[in-house]
Write a protein that binds this ligand. Structure first.
Ligand code: BG6
Length: 490
């Protein structure tokens, strides 16, 4: 069925009965895609007739792939889900494919077979296979109007290469059938950001430069290179984490209230923010690379040791960003992300301004500016610090103390199953809802800004500062915030 969206672009609305997974034997497939699909199967959330066709270079037959999937599921699924494995395996078939051989796509199309409702394709392959894969899909008829495609990163290394990929995909699929994945958008708390901002009257009136002093976004990881030598060393933290996940978080924090909960409205508002990002100044960015150190008491090697050679790739980035629009005039957004930091945490801190006049000062008490901390992972919680009077008769002077108003999602929603990001995204891909996928103009605005950061690094000879594994990054990152009188929230 063709639905005309309010923007006037036709959108194919169908629930796919075939799912074609490229990169089916890869790491993402084992850790995330197969477990997510099995969980959706267990809860009867995917169509009963959904058939999942895996493809990759490995020479496997259907049974070989089912064995491979069973191993992955036994390893990565929680125990309570494991009884669903045998039933799920029945949905799987497999076709080996060398994506560089266009002729082999005919066999793949034959394996996919007739589609009653439609085909969802999930592409998670090496960047070099992107274009041949698109060409093969087109040549074999797998890219017709009854199919849509989900694209996993990396989608380019800069604006030019990203445009090139987008053009290649656009030659086979219209934008309303392209689903660019940023798995952070599938995380429950990331979406909860929208509920916090737009389902409550409290925050929106003060969500601007008049009341907010600065925003911090931290995505800290304890892991290092994790064997991703080929990919990570060519990418670095800026392209691996900031270009996508962190800019999406920033856009969700900073966007204007969308008028509708639909892909056009939400993605439109995010794009406006991304296009308003100011080119970063040389003094507003710091990079780092971890050296040997210790995490959780265990010693870990430095990045170059893990890599086996010296490298100029950054494993840490801190940036002071500005959004040049009315709402955010003069409000810095401090971003930082890094590998081998002391703990795994993703959080957004909204630091409010002090009250304009505090009568408590007269009594020697200090009213601390309010702070909202939105914890995204590992714990999902929202903390709003308020000032409260310390109980007592105050003969020695009145005292105020910061008291948190805490919402722990875990406690508030103990019942519902906790779902991993890919469960939602795969289901949205199968059902054709683009709300949580990144639009072309959005991703290009992200790359344009990132290219600007990299140019500043090159033009100013900015190279990674060393930091010990298990620390919060190079001291220059602390200084980046401290020179504005800001301390990173830890
Ligand atoms: C990926 C990056 O996109 O996100 C990885 O390529 C990173 O380097 C990962 O580790 C982090 O995702 P999450 O969901 O664990 O925060």
């Amino acid at each position: 069925m063709t639905v005309v969206t309010p923007e006037g672009t036709p959108s194919m609305s169908f629930t796919a009965d075939k799912l074609l997974l490229f990169g089916a034997t890869g790491d993402l497939s084992q850790r995330m895609l197969l477990p997510s699909l099995c969980a959706l199967h267990a809860d009867a959330l995917v169509p009963e007739k959904l058939n999942i066709i895996g493809t990759a270079r490995s020479e496997l037959d259907d049974d070989g792939f089912r064995n491979f999937a069973a191993d992955a599921l036994n390893k990565f699924l929680p125990d309570y889900r494991k009884s669903a494995i045998p039933g799920f395996l029945q949905r799987l078939t497999y076709q080996a494919l060398d994506a560089n051989q266009t002729a082999q796509f005919a066999d793949l199309a034959a394996k996919v077979g007739p589609r009653q409702d439609g085909l969802a394709i999930f592409l998670s392959t090496a960047p070099s296979l992107f274009e041949p894969t698109i060409a093969g899909l087109q040549a074999s008829g797998l890219a017709d109007e009854t199919s849509r495609i989900g694209l996993e990163k990396p989608l380019g290394t800069d604006l030019d290469t990203s445009r090139h990929i987008n053009d290649a995909v656009a030659s086979a699929f219209p934008e309303d059938r392209i689903f660019r994945i940023d798995h952070y958008l599938g995380k429950e708390t990331v979406q909860n950001l929208m509920a916090l901002r737009f389902a409550n009257i409290l925050f929106e009136p003060i969500w601007n430069a008049h009341y907010i002093e600065h925003v911090q976004i931290t995505v800290a990881e304890t892991v290092g290179l994790e064997g991703r030598v080929g990919f990570y060393d060519g990418a670095g933290a800026l392209r691996d984490m900031v270009q996508n996940h962190m800019l999406q978080l920033l856009a969700l924090v900073a966007m204007e209230p969308p008028s509708r909960f639909d892909p056009a409205a939400i993605r439109g508002e995010k794009t406006k923010v991304l296009r308003s990002l100011r080119t970063v100044a040389a003094g507003d960015t710091v990079t780092g690379q971890y050296r040997a150190g210790a995490i959780d008491g265990a010693s870990v090697p430095g990045y170059a040791d893990e890599l086996g050679k010296p490298s100029a790739t950054e494993t840490f980035v801190a940036i002071k960003a500005h959004i040049d629009n009315w709402r955010w005039k003069g409000v810095p957004f401090y971003l930082r992300t890094g590998k081998r930091l002391p703990k795994r945490t993703t959080e957004i801190v909204v630091q409010f301004r002090p009250v304009p006049h505090s009568m408590f000062a007269q009594r020697g008490a200090i009213a601390q500016p309010n702070r909202l901390v939105i914890g995204i992972q590992p714990e999902e919680n929202i903390t709003f610090t308020t000032n409260a009077k310390v109980p007592g008769l105050d003969r020695g002077g009145l005292r105020l103390r910061e008291v948190p108003l805490d919402i722990s999602m875990e406690d508030a929603f103990a019942g519902p199953t906790k779902r991993i990001a890919y469960e939602r995204l795969l289901l949205d891909l199968i059902e054709g809802d683009q709300t949580l996928f990144v639009r072309r103009d959005e991703v290009e605005a992200q790359w344009a800004w990132i290219d600007g950061v990299r140019k500043v690094w090159t033009d100013n000879g900015i190279t990674p500062n060393p930091y010990g594994a298990g620390s919060w990054g190079p001291t220059a990152a602390i200084a980046l915030a401290a020179k504005d009188g800001v301390a990173w929230h830890e």
